[in-house]
Design a protein around this ligand. Structure first.
Ligand code: AMP
Length: 286
């Protein structure tokens, strides 16, 4: 069995579960909520997202899904197989908006930095050549400057609204992050495991690829076929099918980028298309 460590709660838990289910790995909870069968060769272990890089590195799990920030902070030797696209955020330096600090060069020598990412913070300030004092905390960094325990913070930001509510401004980006699928290097050395992991990666990739695509079908006047190549480039150009008793109409099918749907429908209508249907795609394997 291949053990895959998944976040048991928090921001990444739902995304990880949903993605695996869409890739065809149904999570069946066993009697102990700690463990679940994913069908076939995979078993899920539900643990704290922060511990996942360590568990994958030391062999408690073979694969894991967790944040890139947590993988980087752990410094453990694991290989990233895929960027999963959800949980996007950045690790940023922030200061009180009345501090006058708006760039990293303004951070005074000896400034106290509150963070739950001591390793990344230490490396970052060494890289930019500024001497600071770390104040390691275990959460809610955004209140540290107001409590007087720190001058600045290094914390995760996605929309920026938490910073804003707490009267903080972003000063610099330390790291961009998203949920990652990680694996321990030597798992891939085993031929059977490598095959299973490759199949899992292909299934997850097919879901990620399909996310921003739509399948579009329309009945189009036969005389407009020449226009379709331009309107519906699709993956290999549109598929054109005869409509039974259609005569005047053909059916056109194509995969279209979600962001192009609005324009495509307008153009199809312009050439006289009818019965336009747009559906989501579950998976796409080129
Ligand atoms: P948790 O603390 O279990 O909710 O998980 C936190 C993880 O979710 C972080 O380490 C990031 O990888 C990810 N994440 C994504 N967006 C954010 C955000 N805006 N704030 C905090 N964590 C985020």
């Amino acid at each position: 069995m291949i053990r895959i460590a998944l976040p048991n709660k928090g921001r990444l838990a739902e995304g990880a579960r949903e993605l695996l289910e869409r890739a065809g790995l149904e999570i069946e909870l066993r009697d102990r909520a700690l463990q679940a069968s994913l069908g076939g060769e995979f078993v899920a272990l539900f643990v704290n997202a922060r511990d996942i890089p360590e568990f994958v590195a030391d062999g408690a799990a073979d694969l894991g899904i967790t944040g890139g920030d947590l993988v980087a902070e752990s410094g453990r030797p694991v290989r990233t197989l895929l960027d999963l696209g959800f949980g996007r955020c950045r690790l940023a330096v922030a200061a009180r908006d009345d501090s006058g600090i708006t760039a990293i060069d303004h951070v005074p020598a000896g400034a106290r930095v509150a963070t739950v990412f001591p390793n990344l913070t230490r490396d970052y300030f060494a890289r930019v050549g500024r001497k600071v004092t770390l104040v390691p905390i275990s959460g809610a960094a955004e209140i540290a400057p107001h409590l007087g325990v720190a001058d600045i913070i290094v914390d995760l930001v996605s929309t920026g609204s938490t910073l804003k509510v707490n009267g903080l401004v972003e000063v610099a980006t330390v790291l961009e992050s998203a949920a990652l699928l990680i694996v321990r290097e030597n798992v891939l050395e085993d031929e059977r495991h490598r095959r299973s992991v490759t199949e899992l990666v292909a299934a997850v990739e097919s879901v990620l690829r399909a996310q921003n695509k739509r399948y579009l079908m329309a009945n189009v006047p036969r005389r407009a076929i020449a226009d379709l190549k331009r309107i519906l480039p699709g993956i290999n150009g549109p598929t054109i099918v005869d409509v039974l008793d259609g005569g005047e109409f053909v059916a056109a099918h194509a995969v279209v980028d979600q962001r192009d749907i609005y324009r495509t429908i307008a153009e199809l209508k312009h050439v006289g298309a009818e019965g336009i249907l747009v559906t989501k795609i579950e998976r796409l394997m080129p």
